[in-house]
Design a protein around this ligand. Structure first.
Ligand SMILES: [Zn+2]
Length: 244
């Protein structure tokens, strides 16, 4: 996905030069350092409207996959189904078709909205924000998908966006563990990055097709070996949110 490929570049542009030398991120958050700082600076009035991770001591976590559906999504869905693994998919509306939408029709899976275009919503006018959301929702509804959740591209929110989402009864979902699969993390590094920072209530950000199914299988084993259960995102949301 071209948009995922742009992510490292965009994050680099956001980075103050010294950010990589110091990682102030506390252990219950595994976020890209500049992104953690960004969230930390966000006014509480905004972050309190966002779900990042569940406020729980129960060893439960949720898996989320952004940017689909893509060419090999069907394989990913079959793999997760075979491994009895719940997951939430934040989809880009124009990539849907009736056949692709039907693949998510599984009690294990939840579908959320990721947008129409993969835009940074902070840069859009209120009317453009409304256009993006309404056109995306129209396509979702056409394919009988009724999302309750929205994940903003690049994790970027604005007061205008949050207001528009509330009006449309969509909850804003970010994450507490960034797999950094968009940063070409692979294999053991990628697994290590997630498994060493699991805490109760974690929401793990991944991207559709960025992981090989072998790596994903090891991840599922690793999560369960640490005594964690993978649950639907909605289960975590019902527990209330912690903010960075
Ligand atoms: Zn995305």
């Amino acid at each position: 996905m071209e948009n995922s490929n742009l992510m490292p570049l965009i994050m680099m542009l956001l980075l103050p030069p010294l950010t990589l030398l110091a990682n102030p991120t506390p252990p219950q958050w595994n976020l890209y350092p500049s992104y953690y700082r960004h969230l930390h600076r966000m006014p509480k009035s905004l972050s309190e409207q966002i779900f990042f991770k569940a406020n729980t001591t129960e060893k439960v976590v949720a898996l989320t996959f952004d940017d689909g559906p893509l060419g090999k999504t069907a394989k990913l869905l079959r793999f997760l189904h075979t491994h009895h693994t719940p997951a939430t998919f934040f989809l880009l509306a124009p990539q849907l078709s009736a056949a692709k939408a039907r693949r998510y029709d599984d009690p294990l899976f939840e579908v959320g909205l990721h947008g129409y275009h993969h835009y940074d919503f902070r840069k859009l006018s209120p009317s453009k924000v409304a256009w993006e959301l309404d056109h995306a929702l129209r396509l979702f509804h056409k394919y009988n998908l009724h999302p309750r959740y929205f994940r903003p591209p690049y994790g970027m929110v604005s007061p205008t966006l949050l207001h528009a989402l509330t009006q449309r009864h969509l909850d804003t979902i970010l994450w507490s563990i960034d797999s950094q699969d968009w940063n070409r993390y692979r294999g053991q590094k990628y697994l290590h990055n997630i498994l060493t920072t699991l805490t109760p209530g974690s929401v793990i950000l991944m991207h559709d097709q960025s992981e090989s199914l072998i790596t994903l299988g090891k991840l599922l084993e690793g999560i369960r070996a640490k005594g964690y259960r993978i649950v639907p995102l909605s289960t975590l949301v019902s527990m209330g949110s912690l903010i960075p």
